[in-house]
Design a binder for this molecule. Structure first.
Ligand code: ARG
Length: 487
């Protein structure tokens, strides 16, 4: 079938293999909704500027809405019937002309597929951006709730995966919350750059028609039309930014997943996996595997690869549109499809975990997590920090040799190392350096004490409530009922 839009010079059908090679329908079909919406805005603008007649616009509008409903009703059937088209843009335009005749052939006036595809893709990614942001809000909400539940639960804090200082588990959840908050902010900031409309840039040089680019940009919910027509049709920075935002969010998910995997091991035994979110082994009956977390960790690899993919596609392209740009979509779609699942499943997985609080507490007691507190106590008694550090080091060494812990040493034993202190002081010291006090006393801003964690939670909750309201509003305005201007 010769269903090409570009047979200006060719008089024979192209080679079948080239035809298949050239086609993007299999992956750009999903742009259908935005392709139709952008065509509605474009044709309306053409009629407002008297480039096409009002009657033609009415015909185009009704035809496009009919196609919209047809696809919406049964996307897979429509896909199957039309998969021989070169891309979604050709398919919709041809279908429209079949439906309404010559008016359909006027739709592409003052437009090229180059500005068209850039516009469709931006609209699609704005929607994805909002959906990802909303899922990030759910995950952030879960982490806040976990932090609230676990803000008094003691656990070892690590650096280099070596026990460092006691912290609260709530504080640990909030650390992850911060990472996802940055991911959320990043998406929002970059959404503003997505909202620049290339439509009306033509193939590369603009157009001789007296079009109104502000009109289409505004109708489609963009902030403004783009500036330079050459840049507009070749710019895919927004795809790179989309892939980057997802790659970094994927890395954050992977870091969290990695911890949960370690924590669920028999050696750590910090958490117990819920049967609903764990898998077994076909051979070893005792196994309960954290596949969910492992897959999330694994998928971060593809997010990173997708970012590389778009950067490599772009790196040697001369201005303006080049067909290489057709390759922009697969990685962007793959990233958004997968990050949405990862965010959803991580949220549920977190909710399902059972915390082994006894094990966590025991670990903080049988440890040297309180060594810094000992040194800090001495400093508060007038010692220079380096001297305090050295004396504490000697005490820890002594304990290791005697296979005991600081708090298990008698006051007399401690006095041997801390001669300058009175027995009263040493009693006080033993009280201050219990793991729970060590956690409670870290009350500097951003510190791990439940008091500070509680303050952070209050702030985070308020902030999130506001964000969720905003994102819901934006989703309602731009995604739900996309035909609102035309029906
Ligand atoms: N399918 C093409 C893409 O995704 C549409 C643009 C075609 N433009 C062109 N000059 N061949 O990039």
């Amino acid at each position: 079938m010769n269903n090409k839009l570009w047979t200006g010079l060719s008089d024979s059908n192209i080679d079948k293999l080239l035809d298949e090679f050239n086609s993007s329908f299999s992956f750009d079909f999903r742009l259908w909704k935005w392709d139709i919406i952008a065509s509605l805005a474009h044709s309306e603008m053409l009629s407002k500027t008297n480039i096409i007649s009002e009657q033609d616009f009415e015909l185009i509008k009704n035809g496009l809405i009919k196609i919209f409903k047809e696809i919406k009703e049964n996307p897979s059937e429509w896909y199957e019937k039309n998969k021989d088209f070169e891309d979604i843009h050709s398919a919709i335009e041809t279908k429209l002309t079949n439906l309404i005749g010559i008016a359909g052939k006027r739709l592409h006036t003052a437009r090229s597929r180059n500005d068209q595809v850039a516009t469709d893709l931006r609209l699609y990614l704005i929607e994805e951006n909002l959906l990802i942001a909303s899922k990030l809000c759910n995950l952030k909400h879960r982490l806040i709730e976990l932090a609230q539940r676990d803000k008094e639960i003691l656990m070892p804090g690590y650096t280099h995966l070596q026990q460092a200082q006691p912290i609260s588990l709530g504080h640990h959840w909030l650390a992850h919350y911060e990472r996802f908050s940055r991911d959320y902010e990043r998406l929002c900031e970059f959404r503003n750059r997505l909202k620049i409309c290339p439509l009306g840039s033509g193939a590369l040089a603009g157009t001789t028609y007296n079009i109104n680019r502000n009109y289409t940009a505004e109708k489609l919910g963009f902030i403004s039309p783009s500036n330079n027509s050459l840049d507009s049709v070749s710019d895919r920075d927004f795809v790179a930014e989309h892939n980057f935002a997802i790659a970094l969010c994927g890395v954050h998910l992977s870091q969290l997943a990695e911890e949960l995997i370690i924590w669920s091991s028999q050696e750590f035994n910090f958490i117990k996996l819920h049967d609903k979110y764990a898998t077994g082994s076909s051979m070893m009956p005792q196994k309960k595997n954290p596949d969910v977390a492992e897959l999330i960790r694994g998928k971060s690899g593809r997010f990173i690869a997708n970012l590389q993919n778009i950067l490599i596609v772009l790196k040697a392209l001369p201005l303006a549109y080049n067909k290489d740009l057709q390759e922009d979509k697969i990685s962007a779609f793959d990233s958004s499809d997968n990050i949405k699942i990862c965010l959803d499943i991580m949220e549920r997985f977190l909710e399902s975990l059972e915390i082994n609080t006894i094990k966590l507490k025991e670990l903080t007691e049988k440890s040297f997590l309180n060594a810094t507190d000992l040194a800090d106590y001495l400093v508060k008694k007038g010692w220079a920090f380096r001297d305090a550090y050295k004396a504490t080091g000697q005490i820890v060494k002594h304990c290791i040799e005697k296979q005991t812990y600081i708090l298990d040493l008698s006051e007399k034993d401690l006095k041997e190392f801390l001669g300058e202190l009175s027995l009263e002081d040493i009693k006080e010291l033993k009280e201050i350096i219990t793991p729970v006090n060590s956690m409670l006393n870290r009350q500097s801003k951003g510190g791990c004490s439940p008091l500070k964690v509680g303050e952070e939670i209050l702030f985070a909750r308020e902030n999130l409530k506001y964000k969720i309201k905003n994102i819901e509003k934006e989703i309602n305005e731009s995604i739900n009922n996309p035909l609102k201007h035309w029906t």
